[in-house]
Design a protein around this ligand. Structure first.
Ligand SMILES: Cc1cc2nc3c(=O)[nH]c(=O)nc-3n(C[C@H](O)[C@H](O)[C@H](O)COP(=O)(O)O)c2cc1C
Length: 168
């Protein structure tokens, strides 16, 4: 898929089908995260690949706003270093890289933001001083059930020309 096609069709997926993702696709998604740019090239992230199905099911109790974690083929836990000033911004770029790369392979994901963070850190042996930005579930989905309509502000609500308030 072309980059803009991916950007314009990408949507959050919250229902997945039971279908295995090839190893090379999983590795490409991870690579897309690793290759993201970051302030001072700090690369303030770690990516934990979760493929163990029983673990994915168990993680449902820590993913308060993402029960669909239990349906997916794999997930990536995005861990960041709070000591690095822009750790969340940098790591969010890694997330978007992974989401778009996955989408180009017809794989969906959805940012899971509300986590039982302390317990999840415990469960995955993540040092307490690190931060969990998000858990990203990845899996194939039924494209017929996907809502292709994007609910976004209209261009005239967000675009300006040469100065603020001057419509484009
Ligand atoms: C920082 C962030 C946190 C989000 N947290 C959640 C979440 O916890 N659970 C969820 O189902 N969706 C979550 N989302 C997905 C948004 O609800 C979604 O991106 C938005 O409604 C736009 O829909 P779309 O992604 O399908 O275009 C999150 C998205 C972002 C960027």
């Amino acid at each position: 898929m072309e980059v803009f096609d991916c950007v314009s069709t990408l949507s959050s997926i919250r229902s997945y089908i039971d279908k295995e993702v090839p190893e090379e696709v999983i590795m490409e998604v991870l690579e897309a995260g690793r290759l993201a740019p970051s302030a001072h090239n700090d690369q303030p992230w770690q990516f934990i690949l979760i493929r163990d199905k029983s673990k994915l099911k168990e993680m449902k109790k820590y993913c308060l706003s993402g029960s669909f974690i239990s349906q997916v083929d794999f997930a990536v836990v995005v861990v960041t270093y709070p000591a690095s000033k822009w750790h969340e911004i940098d790591s969010t770029r890694a997330v978007q890289n992974m989401a778009l790369t996955a989408w180009s392979h017809k794989l969906g994901t959805c940012w899971i933001g509300r986590l039982e963070e302390k317990s999840l850190k415990n469960y995955l042996n993540i040092p307490d001083k690190l931060n969990i930005l998000t858990v990203l579930p990845f899996g194939y989905f039924d494209e017929r059930l996907t809502n292709s309509v994007k609910f976004r502000k209209d261009p005239e609500q967000v675009f300006h020309l040469n100065s603020y308030g001057n419509s484009l």
